[in-house]
Design a binder for this molecule. Sequence first.
Ligand SMILES: Cc1cc2nc3c(=O)[nH]c(=O)nc-3n(C[C@H](O)[C@H](O)[C@H](O)COP(=O)(O)OP(=O)(O)OC[C@H]3O[C@@H](n4cnc5c(N)ncnc54)[C@H](O)[C@@H]3O)c2cc1C
Length: 399
Amino acid sequence: MKECDVLVVGAGPAGSGAARASALAGVKTLMVDKKKEIGTPVQCGEVIGLELVKRSGIRIPANAIVAKHGFTRFVLGREVVIDNSEAYWHAVTVERKIFDKHLAFRAASAGASVQADTKLLSVKMDGNAVKNCLLSHQGGEVELSPKAIVAADGVHSTLSKELKAEFFSTKDVARGVEFELVAKRDIPQCMQIFIEPEIGLGYGWIIPKGKRRANVGLGLVGVNASRRSFLEDWITGHPVVSRYFDVDKVLEVKMGDAPVPGFLGGPVRGNVLFCGDAAGQTLAFVGEGIMPSYICGSLAGKHAALLSQGKGQRYEEDLVENMADQLMMGAVLRDTLVELWSSEDLDGRARSLLSGAVMNELVSPDDLKCSLNALEDDPLGAFKELVKGSGRDIKVKRC
Ligand SMILES: Cc1cc2nc3c(=O)[nH]c(=O)nc-3n(C[C@H](O)[C@H](O)[C@H](O)COP(=O)(O)OP(=O)(O)OC[C@H]3O[C@@H](n4cnc5c(N)ncnc54)[C@H](O)[C@@H]3O)c2cc1C
C-alpha cells in the first residue's frame, strides 16, 4: 500500500461516495475496508427510496435491482392499512452485495485505490490532527500519514472512538434484526411498514426481493430481548405476516445497528471528516441510510480533498445546502414519534394510529391532539377525511 493524500476508512456507501469524490478532485485517495469482501455480510433491509437516488445523480445498475415498489404500505396496529403512492415512497430493493461493490467499483474507476481486508487499528495524534494511521494489511501492519481522513466506518466507528468524538449515544441507536425468507405465497409488491404496540417505538417491515422472497425484520428501540427470538415470535404470531411467512425457510440472518440521532451538522475533528452512519446521517424516522450516506459521503470526500490540498473545507455548509432538509425532516418526525411512544396519556392503539398519521404527514407534529379523538372513534373514516383534505395519492382500508 502506498502513501495517500486522503484516506477513506470504510467502503460502505459513505466511503465509496467519499473516495470517488476525492479521487475526482485529483488527489491521491485510498479507501480501505476491514471486510474481506466489500458488501458482505449484509446488515440491511436493502430498500432505497428513489427521491434520494435522483438527488445523488447515480444510476443503480439493473443487475442490483431485485424488486420495484410503486407505493409503501403502512399497517397500523393490525387495524388500518395506508397505501402511500406519493413519489417520496417509491422505492426499489437492491442486492446490497452487488450495489455496494458497484459503488466501490465507481470509486476505483474514478482513480481511488481500494484495499479490502485492511483494517484501521489506531491513530497517532499531532495536536488535534491525526498524524499517522496504523492499519492491518496482508498479515502485517502498515503506517500511513494521510493529509486528510474520511471516517466512513459505520455506526460503531473506530475513528470516533480513537478521537473520543462519539457523536451520538446508544439511546439514539436502533437494534435491527432481519431474515431473508422464502414466502408461502406471492407477496404484495410494496414495502410494508408495521407500526404496533407489540413492537413499540421502532417498526417491523416486509421488503420484497421478488414475488416469493423478502427481507422481514424489526428495528427495535429500547427492547433488550434476544433479537432473533423476538423476530421469530413476531413473524409466527402476526396475523398478516404469518399469512405469508414461516420461519422454516431462512436464507440469511442479518443483524446490525442503525443510528437515528437526527441532524448533527458536519462532524469534523481536526483533519478527520465523519460521514454516513459514523456521523448519524440517516433519515432518523425510518433509519434509511444508504442514499443519505452516499450523498453525505460524497460531500465529505470533496471537502477532504480540499483539506489535503491545504485549502479550507466547507463540509458543514455543503451538507446544510444539500441534505439538511431531508435529515432535519427525518429528525423532526423521529422526535414526534419518540414523544408519542413515551406519552403516558396514550395507549398503544392511539400511539400506532398517530404514528401512522405523522409518518404519512397527514397531521403535523403540532396538531396531534386535534386528530386523536376522531382517529380513536373511527380510524378508517378519520384517515379518509385526512387524506381527502391533503390531496395526496394515498388509499386507506381496513387491515
Ligand atoms: C437491520 C438494518 C436494516 C437497514 N435497512 C436499511 C434499508 O432498507 N435502507 C436503507 O437505506 N438503510 C437501511 N439501513 C441503514 C443502512 O444500512 C446504513 O445507514 C448504511 O449502510 C450506512 O452506510 P455507511 O457507509 O455509513 O456504513 P456501512 O455500510 O456500515 O459501512 C461501514 C464500513 O466500514 C467498515 N469498517 C468499520 N470499521 C473499520 C475499520 N476499523 N477499518 C476498516 N474498515 C472498517 C465496515 O466493514 C463497513 O464496510 C439498515 C440498517 C440496519 C442495521
